[in-house]
Design a protein around this ligand. Sequence first.
Ligand code: PXP
Length: 255
Amino acid sequence: MKDRPRICVNIDHVATIRQARRTDVPDPVTAAALCELGGADGIVVHLREDRRHILDRDLRLLRKTVKTQLNLEMGATDEMVGIALDVRPDWSTLVPEKREELTTEGGLDVAGNRERIASVVKRLREGGIRTSLFIEATPAQIESAAQVGTDAVELHTGRYAETYRKDRGIQELEFLRQGRDLALEKGLIFNAGHGLTYRNVRPIVHLGGIHELNIGHDIIARAVLVGLERAVQEMVQVCVESWQCNMIPHLGPVG
Ligand code: PXP
């Protein structure tokens, strides 16, 4: 693939700040517009069952105002499928959801829930919504994802991000590379995300073949200090520079 990955910004944390006081600021709808001004290629929100951050109202307004593309992260439940078919985001990404977790932990177990996931994917796709499955980069999950008829997979970069701090995530990067190869071989669009930062995103960009990176926490954390538009611009810049540079400092020349 010749193009750099598209950068899609997850704005859940903007809603988390609002919900800390149950007021109406900061508004994720305004945040989405600023992300787009900063060069985001898409906006991602996770409408959780417990509505702990993003609310139904946000989703409906975002559908009307987002100019790039709207990706709805959701559990594979009937309630969420109904909302998605009503609101019609450009993409739905199916994620596992546990009430007690701070953020999405682990990938969706597609291999263990093939029938259920296949039926949700079918309903969404019949409604004109493209689907992505957030999964671990294992052959079993990727092959199952291809079997259930999804358009894309988002490979979980959480473990890579954790190990990056210790040893630059070299082993996990290799798993992601193998996952990318299998996903592309199966005809799936390859996205990646979770735990990516201004620092650890560089080797991920170098993997190549990535359609989209979904990044939330590190961009919003920087935005608190430098402003959202600038924080997004800086992430886009890091990705463009990494894409153009033909050396990865710690891994040697790009093959
Ligand atoms: N992709 C998915 C499927 C997610 O659930 C999340 C977190 O909401 C992200 C990407 C973004 O992760 P982070 O906030 O760590 O950048």
